[in-house]
Write a protein that binds this ligand. Structure first.
Ligand SMILES: *Cc1c(COP(=O)(O)O)cnc(C)c1O
Length: 413
C-alpha cells in the first residue's frame, strides 16, 4: 500500500474548521455520512420548524388571510432576492418559481425574441439532459427555421458565430464536475452579440457566483441541491435588470400580469422579473425554502468554497493512501476548474454505490459508470470523509459490490 503521511489528521482539520458548527443547523440522521447534498440537500432545522408553522398556523388557522398577513403573495420576490444574495445578483433580478425545466422554456423563448434575426441556440452535448430536452421541445414548437448547435465544453469561444442567438451553458458539468469560466465565456459571447443563459444547478450555494459582475444576461437554477430547499423545491430565474423592459416570455399566466387582481381579460405583462410568474406559487414549498436559506446567514460563500476544496483534497489524499484510487479512475478535472464534486469511474459503479449506501455512506451513481461524490461544506466533516474512504476501501478489497442485492437497479439512481 502506498503510505503517504498525513499532514493533519481529520480531527485536527475539524478542530480548525470555521464552519464545523454549522452541522447543528441540520436534522441529519445518526450514522449517516451524506455525500449527496449536490443532488438533494438535507433538512435544515429552520425548514422543519417553518413547515409546521406554515401548515398548522398560516394555512390551518389564518386561512386565506395569509396571502396578505404572512406575505404569501410576495414570497417569489422575497425568496428570489435571498437567492440573489447568494449568486451575486442585486435585488429585483431574481424570482423564485417553477422548475429549471419550465424556467428554461420561458427564458429561451424570451431570449430568442430579443435576437429575431438569429435562429440558433448553442449548448453543450454533455449538458444535463433536461436542458437539452427543453430546447428540443421548443424547437418543435418553433418550426424548421430554428435549430440547436451542440458545441464542445473546451475552447467555447472558438465555436461561437454570429448566427447564435443564445448560448445556454451549465456552469458545472453534472457528471465530471468541470466548471466553466463564466466571466470570460460571457464576454466572448457578448463580443458576438450572443445572449448568455447560465444554469446554476450545481453552483448556487456551493461557491461564489457573480452574475452581475460577469455581466450575465440570464440564469436559472434549482434550490433542492446545495440550497437545501427540499425535494421538488421551486427553482429560480435571473433576468439582468438591463433586459427586463424588453423581456417577454410566453407562459403568460395571471401571476405575471402587471395587475393580477384587476381581473382584466387582456394580458399586460409585469415589467420586472416578476413577469416570469405564471400560476399560483406553491406556498408551502416556497416557505420551507425561505427558511432553509437562513442557514446561509452569516456564512460567506468564499468560506464554503475554501472548505470544499480542502474536503476534496483530503478525500483524494485519503483515497490514495488507502489504495482506493487503484480501483477507480478519477475523471474529474483539476480543482481550479472543478465544482464541489468528484467523479470516480468504475464499471461496477452502480453496485459499489449501493454497497456504500448499505454501510451508511450516501453518494450517487450517474450512468454509465460514475460514482459521484458531492461535498457540501455546511455539514460535512473531515472525520466523515475519513470514515467514508475506509468503508469504500473495505467494499473494494472484499468485492462486496458483487453481492446480487447491490446489482439490482432501482428506478431512481
Ligand atoms: C438538477 C438539474 C436540473 C433539474 O431540473 P428540474 O427541472 O429542476 O428537475 C436541470 N439542469 C441541471 C444542470 C441540473 O443539474
Amino acid at each position: 500500500m502506498n503510505m503517504i503521511n498525513k499532514v493533519f489528521s481529520a480531527e485536527q482539520l475539524d478542530n480548525k474548521d470555521p464552519l464545523a458548527l454549522k452541522v447543528e443547523a441540520f436534522s441529519l440522521p445518526d450514522d449517516t455520512i451524506y455525500l449527496d447534498g449536490n443532488s438533494l440537500g438535507p433538512l435544515p432545522k429552520s425548514a422543519e420548524a417553518r413547515a409546521s408553522e406554515v401548515v398548522k398556523q398560516q394555512w390551518g388557522q389564518d386561512l386565506i388571510t395569509s396571502w396578505n398577513k404572512h406575505q404569501w403573495i410576495s414570497l417569489p420576490q422575497l425568496v428570489g432576492d435571498k437567492i440573489g444574495n447568494l449568486i451575486g445578483a442585486k435585488n429585483g433580478q431574481v424570482i423564485c418559481c417553477d422548475s429549471i425545466s419550465i424556467n428554461l422554456f420561458k427564458v429561451l423563448s424570451a431570449a430568442l425574441k430579443m435576437r429575431p434575426e438569429r435562429k440558433v441556440i448553442a449548448t453543450t452535448r454533455d449538458n444535463f439532459p433536461t436542458d437539452i430536452y427543453m430546447v428540443q421541445g421548443l424547437l418543435e414548437l418553433l418550426g424548421d427555421e430554428y435549430s440547436v448547435r451542440y458545441i464542445d465544453e473546451s475552447n467555447i469561444g472558438a465555436q461561437l458565430s454570429d448566427d447564435i442567438a443564445v448560448l445556454m451553458l451549465t456552469q458545472v458539468n453534472f457528471r465530471t464536475g468541470l466548471k466553466l469560466d463564466m466571466q470570460s465565456i460571457t464576454a466572448l459571447a457578448h463580443d458576438r452579440n450572443i445572449l448568455t443563459l447560465w444554469d446554476l444547478a450545481h453552483s448556487a450555494g456551493a461557491f461564489p457566483v457573480c452574475l452581475d459582475d460577469c455581466d450575465v444576461d440570464f440564469a436559472v437554477g434549482c434550490t433542492y441541491k446545495y440550497l437545501n430547499g427540499g425535494p421538488g423545491a421551486p427553482a429560480f430565474i435571473y433576468v439582468a435588470g438591463r433586459h427586463q423592459s424588453q423581456y417577454k416570455q410566453p407562459l403568460s399566466g395571471w401571476m405575471g400580469h402587471s395587475a393580477p387582481f384587476s381581473f382584466s381579460p387582456d394580458y399586460a405583462p409585469d415589467s420586472t422579473v416578476k413577469q416570469n410568474l405564471c400560476g399560483t406559487p406553491g406556498v408551502i414549498g416556497m416557505s420551507i425554502l425561505d427558511a432553509a436559506l437562513d442557514v446561509f446567514e452569516g456564512v460567506s460563500l468564499k468560506a464554503i468554497d475554501e472548505k470544499s476544496k480542502k474536503l476534496q483534497a483530503f478525500f483524494i489524499a485519503e483515497a490514495k493512501r488507502a489504495g482506493v484510487l487503484d480501483y477507480f479512475s478519477l475523471v474529474s478535472p483539476p480543482i481550479d476548474v472543478r465544482g464541489s464534486q468528484l467523479a470516480l469511474a468504475h464499471d461496477e459503479a452502480y453496485a459499489i454505490c449501493q454497497a456504500w449506501i448499505a454501510e451508511g455512506v450516501i453518494a450517487d451513481f450517474r450512468a454509465p459508470n460514475i460514482l459521484r461524490i458531492g461535498f457540501a461544506p455546511l455539514y460535512l466533516s473531515f472525520t466523515n470523509l475519513e470514515k467514508a474512504v475506509q468503508t469504500l476501501s473495505d467494499i473494494m478489497v472484499e468485492k462486496r459490490y458483487e453481492n446480487a442485492t447491490f446489482q439490482q437497479r432501482q428506478s431512481v439512481t
